[in-house]
Design a protein around this ligand. Structure first.
Ligand code: F6P
Length: 311
């Protein structure tokens, strides 16, 4: 689609944009329904939900009541969507069949990523992947769309249905309106965002980070994957990494729920995502909760990461 002028962007809502982009009709209905759940989830983020509820998720991590309710909201929405066969969520131990078995799409969700940041009032988010084959099949060719929603001072939503990556802002009338079409990362950025303790990094990863520091990259790390990726997306470059650690050689972040949807969105914006050797989207998951190291962002930094990790 021709780039829309700044003056008209505020009038292009999500449904109209997907229609203008020629996104397949069921996929655009599904994406719209998921974007709507972002409004319901954001409505749940209030004072009563800020504190840990003493709950643990299936991985033994602290869970807020908000994590659980975000998952329920999504699951309910998808159950009645008519387009979804299976729902795989970071909050569920197994894949949940939600349709009759004839539906086209398989959805992955991290319903509320970064919920440990809720009490500090930093931004948090929802991450969605949409596949047209069962999610454990993996593969770039089976992923048809991805989306994330950020709950910060503004609620923003970034989606791709394989035709570029686009940002929308939820306006006061409750509509997602286009704010940036076809986000295009520069070849090279100026920020880096790194997880894991320095004492646990490998020698290769340490050399890579020292290289970035010598080149003058600025540290930007909030501890929330969604806002940290969003920063690279909106600033048009830089790198986020949660590397392999001496104490956790697969890193921390989950391939299916977190890494592959973000890799899809980043690639569609002209960026890259690797675990050091393989493109994140080319990794076939061995299990639902698989973790992988990640280097994601603009091309220069990711190519450099591959060089340093393979010396
Ligand atoms: O997976 C949950 C998460 O909070 C991500 O959103 C974030 O990138 C990462 O963990 C932060 O981990 P750490 O607390 O080790 O920096």
């Amino acid at each position: 689609m021709d780039n829309i002028s700044d003056a008209t962007k505020g009038f292009v809502d999500l449904r109209r944009h997907m229609w203008m982009e020629g996104v397949e009709v069921d996929l655009r209905r599904l994406l719209w329904q998921i974007a709507v759940t972002g409004k319901y989830i954001s409505a749940k983020i209030d004072e009563s939900n800020r504190k840990l509820a003493g709950l643990k998720n299936i991985y033994g991590e602290d869970q807020l009541a908000l994590d659980k309710s975000s998952d329920e909201i999504l699951l309910n929405q998808l159950k009645f969507s008519g387009f979804v066969r299976e729902y795989a969520s970071e909050e569920q131990a197994t894949i949940v069949p939600v349709g009759t078995g004839a539906e086209k799409y398989f959805v992955t969700a991290d319903p509320l990523d970064g919920s440990s940041l809720v009490d500090t009032n930093l931004a948090i988010g929802t991450i969605i992947g949409i596949h047209d084959e069962p999610v454990l099949e993996g593969g770039r060719e089976n992923m048809v769309a991805a989306m994330y929603i950020t709950y910060g001072p503004l609620i923003t939503m970034v989606y791709s249905a394989g035709k570029g990556t686009h940002e929308f802002v939820l306006n006061r009338e409750g509509e997602y309106v286009l704010s940036e079409e076809n986000i295009e990362l520069k070849e090279k950025g100026s920020i880096y965002s790194i997880g894991g303790l320095r004492k646990d990094w490998t020698a290769e990863h340490t050399a890579y980070i020292e290289f970035l520091e010598k080149e003058g990259y600025k540290l930007r790390y909030s501890g929330g994957f969604v806002p940290d990726i969003n920063q690279i997306m909106i600033k048009k470059g830089g790198v986020f990494t949660y590397p392999a650690l001496k104490t956790a050689e697969r890193g921390k972040l989950r391939l299916i729920f977190e890494l592959q949807p973000m890799a899809f969105l980043m690639e569609q914006a002209g960026g890259m995502a690797t675990d050091g050797n393989r493109d994140i989207l080319s990794i076939k998951p061995e299990s639902l909760d698989q973790r992988n190291p990640i280097y994601i962002g603009s091309r220069y930094e990711i190519e450099k990461a591959k060089e340093f990790l393979n010396t």
